[in-house]
Design a protein around this ligand. Structure first.
Ligand code: LLP
Length: 421
């Protein structure tokens, strides 16, 4: 459920007409709903009720500080994957002891930054990283709390580019080697192993792959305890999918995910962390764009928008489907037209949808891409020197620009011409 509904013939973001934001900010822009972000965070938090837990929002999904602050104020922790994300989370007011640091290639500089700034734990992904972490922490006179990310060799049955839990993927250490690696970790002076981490992929639409992974983690917990390790924390990652095509998709709910966690690892008495990103932010955001032209091709009509692949790359990159709706509510029984919906960027990959049935639209009409809150603005670029798309946050009947559209001067002035030119 989200808070983008038609009211009096117009799409609203909570109590604000989307067209009103478009008039104030110009298109394209992203708009997020505070109520939806809040609700989605709370669904996860409630799903783990009764267990010692922390929901660490995977901020890579949507990392504007206003979104982070909204979630942190509700008690969220953060899952970060770079020094930049760490700095952003801290700037948004998230305390270090609510930040977990994931990612396969943490640099020395990032490790120092997090150790000095304060960190809840590092999720270590390889033996060389473990050695560097220990050395750096020891050198600073610190002991870094860590979990080790295991790769459970489970097929997440999702898009190949966002699947992470198979043995051929670059993530984690093979679960078959876990006992040896944990034994090695116990001997290192700068780290303290406190748990196990697993994350098998993103946009999972079934619970079975999670169940297989969590059962393997439960078994490993018992084994490691027998080996003498204190395993007190399990980070079970993110990955729960969202319905992108509302008409025919119904992935499991956070409550189902929580029940699965209780069933598979609840008996171990561990503190539980989860790292959801997409489910918190995805349906909490729209990308709003205007029709520049309606163009008649040889055998099809093109809807040419002012939003493009640089603003929302998911269709080009993952063949992702996003529901696209008219901001002005179509009349009941309205005429439907098949459009190829494209942006103005100079490549054919700049196509959002082919043969999409839409109400008949004219130049100037506003359209909204649903489910664009996660992996939308964060993956945008200035390709074609198109300004980075602005972001707006709505709360009840008011809205604020939380990232303005840069001017051409701001974009261009970042370049410097060498003195020999
Ligand atoms: N934890 C780790 C270690 C991750 O790598 C990810 C996502 C998450 C948590 C959050 O997963 P989520 O709950 O959002 O599924 N750009 C792609 C998605 C990439 C996901 C990368 N890792 C897309 O647009 O579909």
């Amino acid at each position: 459920m989200d808070h983008f509904l038609y009211r009096n013939g117009a799409l609203h973001a909570e109590d604000v007409p989307v067209a009103e934001i478009a008039a104030a900010v110009g298109t394209p822009f992203y708009v997020y709903s505070t109520a939806t972000l809040t609700r989605h965070f709370q669904l996860f938090d409630e799903a783990l009720d009764g267990m010692d837990h922390l929901v660490c929002y995977a901020m890579k999904a949507a990392s504007n500080q206003a979104i982070l602050r909204t979630l942190a104020d509700l008690g969220a922790g953060m899952d970060v994957v770079s020094g930049g994300e760490y700095a952003r989370a801290r700037a948004a007011g998230v305390p270090g002891d609510r930040i977990v640091f994931s990612g396969v290639g943490k640099t020395r500089a990032e490790i120092i930054q997090a150790l000095e700034g304060g960190i809840r734990q590092f999720n270590v992904e390889s033996e060389p990283e473990m050695a560097v972490l220990s050395e750096v922490a020891h050198g600073l006179g610190k002991v870094a709390p860590i979990t080790i990310r295991v790769n459970p060799d489970v097929d997440a049955r999702t898009h190949a580019k966002i699947s992470t839990g198979k043995s051929e993927n670059k993530f984690g250490i093979p679960i078959s080697q876990a006992r040896r690696v944990y034994a090695d970790a116990a001997a290192l002076p700068g780290i303290k192993v406190i748990g196990i981490d697993v994350h098998i992929g993103s946009q999972l639409t079934e619970l079975e792959p999670f169940e297989m992974a969590f059962r393997k983690v439960a078994e490993l917990t018992q084994t490691l305890r027998t080996d003498g390790h204190e395993i007190t924390r399990l980070d079970l990652g993110g990955g729960l999918g969202i319905p992108y095509a509302r008409s025919n998709e119904a992935p499991p709910l956070p409550a189902d995910f929580g029940a699965l966690i209780k069933r598979t690892v609840g008996h171990l008495g561990c503190e539980i962390e989860i790292e959801p990103g997409r489910l918190i932010a995805g349906n909490a955001g729209l990308l709003v764009s205007s029709v520049i032209y309606v163009k008649q091709g040889e055998d099809r009509q093109f809807l040419i928008l002012d939003g493009a692949m640089n603003d929302l790359i998911r269709p080009a990159m993952y063949d992702a489907w996003h529901d696209i709706v008219a901001v002005e509510e179509p009349e009941p029984g309205h005429e439907q037209v098949a459009y190829d919906i494209v942006g103005p960027v100079c490549e054919s990959g700049d196509t959002f949808a082919k043969g999409r049935m839409m109400p008949k639209l004219q130049a100037g009409a506003l359209v909204a891409f649903r489910s664009a809150g996660a992996y939308g603005a964060v993956m945008s670029s200035e390709y074609n020197t198109r300004p980075l798309v602005p972001e707006v946050l709505v709360k009840d009947d008011h809205f604020a620009v939380i990232r303005p559209r840069p001017t051409f001067d701001e974009i261009i002035s970042r370049d410097t011409i060498p003195e020999w030119l």
